[in-house]
Design a protein around this ligand. Structure first.
Ligand SMILES: C[S@@+](CC[C@H](N)C(=O)[O-])C[C@H]1O[C@@H](n2cnc3c(N)ncnc32)[C@H](O)[C@@H]1O
Length: 316
């Protein structure tokens, strides 16, 4: 099977995902792919494990249609659900599963979301400022830019875009929208150009950071991740495994800190003579640090350059 599916999204870190989501081959298995996308990773897992049943969740109706096509070969072993992975435990229960053996989260945007101009995720094409992963949601990027307070915009640009001149950017956004509301991706590029100018050689283009910040806010991506990790681990069987791929240092930090905390027997502040937190480890780490893409994979798929995979196993 080609690794480029019809959705035109190349799954990243495929070998590493198969290595950390490793199970006894003949065992009946239940796995939830919380970000099924075009079904690339799910297809690999379903092919590797003939007794695996899989629920694939995605917010994006286009992704689910693509996953329906690419996972068709697995027939009734696959159920696809439109929803958020933050609700993973509820989705499992609604589908009659109390527990699962594996969870995969490959978070962030897919290549088609970035490449289809009408989705409004990319600054490289002029299109309506949309950026919604779930197109049923009320909140488009345009609405977010036209309604959000200056201070909240500054926080988003600073924290999610790691943009130094976040305050100036938010101030200018308010000035601009008073003259003409934000409507098109070119309006947001104009804001970026007006305040941040051109990036220096070796830097990411500034609109990339501005668009990333707005996208994370519009889709509430960090809250999804924090809630989704807890929800996923709550339904893992003892010995069950969770693998998370992230593309942004903020996301990776959330995963790293959560895994570190849940693999620790005590989370008391340092220096206390006796433990008084009552915390008990529920995870064992499967990855020392994060796994990243090889030079060959990056050469084949530049998107993999930022990918970081961390994985853990639920303790019995
Ligand atoms: C990087 S792609 C996943 C690609 C997939 N692993 C594959 O091999 O085709 C990320 C997907 O996650 C979805 N997504 C992002 N945040 C989500 C959330 N909170 N809940 C459900 N789906 C989400 C996006 O719509 C997108 O389709």
């Amino acid at each position: 099977m080609s690794c480029v599916n019809e959705f035109n999204h190349i799954p990243v870190l495929k070998d590493a995902v198969l290595q950390v989501l490793k199970f006894a081959p003949s065992q009946p298995l239940r796995l939830i792919d919380g970000t099924v996308g075009g079904g690339g990773h799910s297809a690999l897992l379903l092919e590797r494990y003939p007794k695996m049943e899989l629920i694939g969740i995605d917010r994006d109706d286009m992704a689910l249609s693509a996953a329906g096509r690419s996972l068709n070969f697995a027939g009734s072993r696959v159920k696809l659900v439109r929803g958020c992975y933050a609700d993973i435990a509820a989705v499992a229960v609604e589908n009659g599963w109390d527990n699962v053996d594996g969870v995969l989260l490959d978070i962030g945007v897919s290549s088609p979301q970035l490449d289809i101009p009408e989705r409004g995720f990319s600054w490289r094409n002029d299109a309506v400022l949309d950026m919604r992963m779930d197109r049923r949601s009320e909140l488009t990027a345009g609405r977010w830019l036209n309604r959000t307070s200056e201070s909240e915009m500054a926080r988003v640009f600073r924290e999610y875009g790691e943009i130094k001149r976040a305050g100036a950017l938010a101030k200018k956004a308010v000035e601009m929208r008073e003259k003409k509301p934000f409507a098109m991706t070119s309006d947001l590029v104009a804001l970026s150009d007006a305040v941040l100018g051109r990036a220096r050689a070796g830097e990411l283009p500034h609109p990339t950071l501005v668009f990333q910040a707005v996208r994370i806010a519009v889709n509430d991506e960090l809250k999804q991740l924090e809630t989704g990790l807890r929800s996923a681990v709550s339904i893992l069987n003892p010995g069950g495994r969770i693998a998370v791929i992230s593309f942004h240092s903020l996301e990776d930090r959330i995963v790293k800190n959560y895994f570190r905390k849940e693999s620790s027997q005590c989370v008391c502040p340092p220096g206390l003579p006796v433990c008084c937190c009552g915390h008990r480890a529920q995870l064992k780490l499967l990855t020392k640090g994060a796994i990243t893409a090889s030079a060959d994979e990056v050469a084949e798929n530049s998107r993999s350059a930022c990918a970081k995979l961390r994985a853990a196993e639920k303790i019995g």
